[in-house]
Design a protein around this ligand. Structure first.
Ligand SMILES: Cc1cc2nc3c(=O)[nH]c(=O)nc-3n(C[C@H](O)[C@H](O)[C@H](O)COP(=O)(O)OP(=O)(O)OC[C@H]3O[C@@H](n4cnc5c(N)ncnc54)[C@H](O)[C@@H]3O)c2cc1C
Length: 514
């Protein structure tokens, strides 16, 4: 016979807005609702804490035997802003909540290959020179409504062609793959460059690395605390969504444990990886235009591998080391010292990052196999040093995390603004938001921030009759059905209704100049 508990679970809890996911987008959606006095909402979160891909863990130990807190997910505030430019909202909150961070100095770098330290930093400068050419080429494709192509094609035409020069491949990886977690072949030329501009030219080219020992998600907890109390019954942690039934009049969300929520609206902030892996069932099945957009965009994998040693055998005054494998592009290429002033001085901690295909490979391996590979690379980089065994070693497996399935999205070659708009668009009362729905800032924390806010404002506008989302309106997003999608996007269609409210040509200190 059913117990009282299971009988209770069969009765759906009612709420006005069900916010699915307690990452950046979910929390900012809830905040936007609260700002318009829509307080009847529930936030449903898989994990035991809010933050999502803002995720930290304890690692190694300091001189007193206490562990360090390291970030497995988002680590940098990217594109800060200056007094005369717009400011990245994540940077605004990082300052407000005094999140400890240090400027990442990308010019503090030593380059290596399999024979040890070899200076090929001139290749980074050469890539930079090509950049000024290919970013213009990408601009013409956009304004003249030409066909998009791969970033690889754009680079080649601008005179950058690394061919079999592995140092040049490493330089290219440092300048591109490291940021987007995707290769030049996989990345859109137009939207790759537009995305770069919108973060680094609109705000600034600075990236600050968060070292806060409370964890980076303290920033989000501080934002949440302005409208959610500690232990607020509207925050449902450790609660896993299994299916979402939507209609023109509302949304019913059913959890893995059989409990359910009936809402007038829902905002699904699950990652593109979650949407692509069919872990949540939608009823009815999502329309073709939605499924096409989910299938089209790309979920990358970005894996940081952390090592602590009993000594700092590398130069602690240099922040980065770039390694060019003689045979495999992207094989343990970027190393970062945390045993450095401003980070965790004297911690003897180093981490190396892999992305894309290499990240998939490494994430399928056990720790011992990866550790052996990593140490073999260090022995090549430091041929005159006896590399000790690490005293602590860890890395996450983002590609298999059931609440993320990858790290962050990237814009693939040869698609349009309208196809991406369909990723953003609501299906009846079911709305979508997250890093991946950001046209301007996909892959970034601030992308998730703006998109969560947008969805919250759109729904609050519907509910209250007062629309504060002046740029792109309230209620339904623009969506493009069969027959409405074309091969290219007209310049006039680059607007807030298609998610591009800021000119992709925005240049520092000149309002949207072209
Ligand atoms: C390794 C890595 C490095 C990164 N580095 C940076 C960086 O340096 N700077 C930067 O700006 N950005 C970085 N990012 C990107 C940034 O972390 C994301 O853009 C942002 O955190 C995404 O927020 P979101 O709200 O869209 O998604 P999420 O944070 O994924 O939030 C979605 C939430 O939904 C929950 N969820 C999923 N499935 C279910 C389910 N079935 N039931 C209930 N809940 C569910 C998840 O637990 C999660 O909390 C990085 C990401 C990764 C992974």
């Amino acid at each position: 016979a059913p117990t009282f508990e299971t009988r209770d679970k069969s009765i759906c809890r009612k709420t006005t807005v069900a916010i699915l996911g307690g990452g950046v987008a979910g929390i900012t959606a809830a905040q936007a609702l609260s700002n318009q006095s829509v307080t009847d909402f529930l936030v449903v979160e898989y994990n035991g804490d809010i933050g999502g891909r803002m995720l930290h863990t304890n690692f190694g130990e300091d001189a007193d035997g206490n562990p360090y807190v390291i970030e497995l997910g988002a680590n940098w505030v990217q594109g800060l802003g200056t007094e005369t430019r717009p400011e990245n909202p994540i940077w605004t909150f990082a300052k407000e909540y005094q999140i400890a961070n240090t400027y990442s100095d990308y010019s503090s770098i030593t380059t290596y290959n399999e024979t040890g330290a070899v200076n090929y930093t001139y290749l980074l400068d050469e890539f930079d020179e090509a950049w000024t050419i290919f970013e213009q080429d990408a601009g013409y494709i956009l304004t003249d409504n030409l066909q998009d192509k791969s970033l690889r094609a754009g680079l080649r035409q601008a005179g950058w062609n690394p061919k079999r020069n592995m140092a040049a491949q490493a330089a290219e990886w440092w300048m591109w793959d490291w940021e987007t977690s995707s290769s030049a072949e996989e990345s859109s030329f137009v939207f790759g460059i537009a995305g770069y501009n919108l973060t680094f030219y609109q705000y600034s080219e600075e990236n600050n690395f968060v070292t806060d020992q409370r964890g980076f998600n303290t920033l989000l907890k501080n934002i949440a605390s302005t409208f959610l109390q500690l232990g607020d019954p509207r925050l449902l942690l450790n609660t896993i969504v299994a299916s979402i039934d939507y209609s023109p009049s509302g949304v019913t969300v059913t959890m893995e444990d059989g409990s359910c929520i009936e809402a007038a609206y829902a905002i699904c902030t699950f990652s593109l990886g979650v949407l692509q892996n069919d872990v949540v069932t939608f009823a009815p099945t999502l329309p073709d235009w939605k499924q096409t957009s989910i299938a089209t965009f790309q979920m990358g994998t970005y894996t940081k591998i952390f090592l602590q040693f009993n000594e700092t055998f590398w130069d602690p005054d240099t922040q980065f080391m770039l390694y060019a494998s003689p045979t495999t592009r992207g094989y343990y290429p970027v190393w970062q010292s945390l045993s450095t002033e401003g980070f965790f001085p004297d911690s003897n901690i180093l981490f190396v990052t892999v992305v894309g295909r290499e990240a998939y490979r490494v994430e399928l391996q056990d720790d011992e196999t990866t550790k052996a590979e990593v140490l073999a690379v260090l022995r090549q980089m430091f041929p005159n040093t006896t590399i000790p065994d690490p005293i602590a070693f860890t890395y996450p497996r983002w590609s298999t995390v059931p609440w993320s399935y990858g790290s962050y999205s990237n814009w693939p070659t040869g698609t349009t603004l309208e196809t991406h708009q369909n990723l953003r668009a609501n299906v009846e009362r079911l709305y979508f938001a997250g890093e991946h729905t950001s046209t301007e800032y996909f892959g970034f924390l601030h992308g998730a921030w703006f998109e969560g806010r947008e969805a919250g404002m759109r729904i609050a506008g519907q509910l209250t009759g007062e629309c504060v989302n002046v740029a792109s309106g309230c209620g339904n997003y623009t969506a493009y059905g069969d027959g409405e999608l074309r091969g290219t996007t007209e310049w006039a269609e680059y607007n807030a209704f298609n998610g591009m409210g800021v000119s992709p040509f925005f240049v520092a200190d000149s309002e949207g100049g072209e």
